[in-house]
Design a protein around this ligand. Sequence first.
Ligand SMILES: Cc1ncc(COP(=O)(O)O)c(C=O)c1O
Length: 395
Amino acid sequence: MPNGPSRLARRVKLTDKHIVTRMMDIAAELPDVIKLGRGDPDVDTPEHIVRAGQEALASGATHYTHPMGLLELREAIANNIAIHGGALYSPEDIVVTPGGQQAMFIIALGLLDPGDELIIPCPGYNPYLQAAELTDAALVNIRMTRATNFTLTADLVREHITPRSKVLVLINPGNPTGTVIPSGEVARICEVAREHDLIVVSDEIYARLTYDGHRAQPVAALPGMQERTITLSGMSKAYAMTGWRVGYFAGPSDLMPALAEIHHAFAISTAAVSQHAALAALTGPQECVEEIRSTFDQRRQVLCGGLAEMGISFAEPQGAFYVYAKVAETGIEATDFCERLLKDGQVMIFPGKIYGDYTDDYARLSMTQPVPRIREALGRMARVVAAIRHEHSVA
Ligand SMILES: Cc1ncc(COP(=O)(O)O)c(C=O)c1O
């Protein structure tokens, strides 16, 4: 390895393994780890969707597609957005990407000049932080607190506006917090965006997964917002299709041709087989979405009940499939707690620090295992918590 300055570009801030990768390395050496870490549910892709993928392959869907995605799929996406109360999009203003994840980087590359400010809720989904770093944009983290159940408010956004503010990211329902911004507050946040001419990236990937009557308001459907909103979503969560890698973004006509060309240069097109499966997901029977949602709802109740029994408080989980729990209530910081739980209890959960949390108090538990495994994980966790509390009481 040559000495001297790093051979990496200055824009690369994450120069070593990420905590997630380190924890996965540790887990690989341990037996029978219960993984409540990554946002990748155990639920299998519904059968009719898998079959559509198989049939597409058998009938020759083995080539590049239109760079923006199959026209029928973009039409189905437009229809799906509209039937759930979203804005009306033309297929010309929709780009199908290999997961919503890649869309974040395309949007950041296409919209942010060095020094432009990207405002992001904190804690928030970490790839947005990396997208900002890799484009030399200035990150503006808005610290959310338990007082608003870790949701963004218009007042908080307003306090963080500067003349360099350009893009505001909304993640609703939130990851890692699993909380939903009340619709009235979304409308107020949009007023601030209009006043200050911000572009809003509205990440609605968990919108189909909400509980107890909560609903995530689609941003582009609000007055005056479609022209300044890029809606980002995908098939991974509602249709249990993480491994197929299909997502999309939809935005205003003046931005989409340029953003579509960045995507074209990145990927040429999203895998044809996955696009055919996505088409079957959106145009086929929709009961599977409700089945997936109610599966998570049951798990959510088990997880919350178990945490409450341990005396660990958490943000009220209203959407997505995460519980954001204040594990520091055990007496040690969340990062140490997660490492201890992995090594001593063989349960993997992720510390909030991964998501830019400014405290080391919280950890995210994913509902990515069936109820019996979640119960087993809670039992193991209770033993680790009791041991930590005992050590603290005798210290
Ligand atoms: C908030 C949020 N947005 C986008 C994504 C990207 O998902 P995918 O690339 O699988 O579409 C994820 C994945 O966990 C997420 O949590």
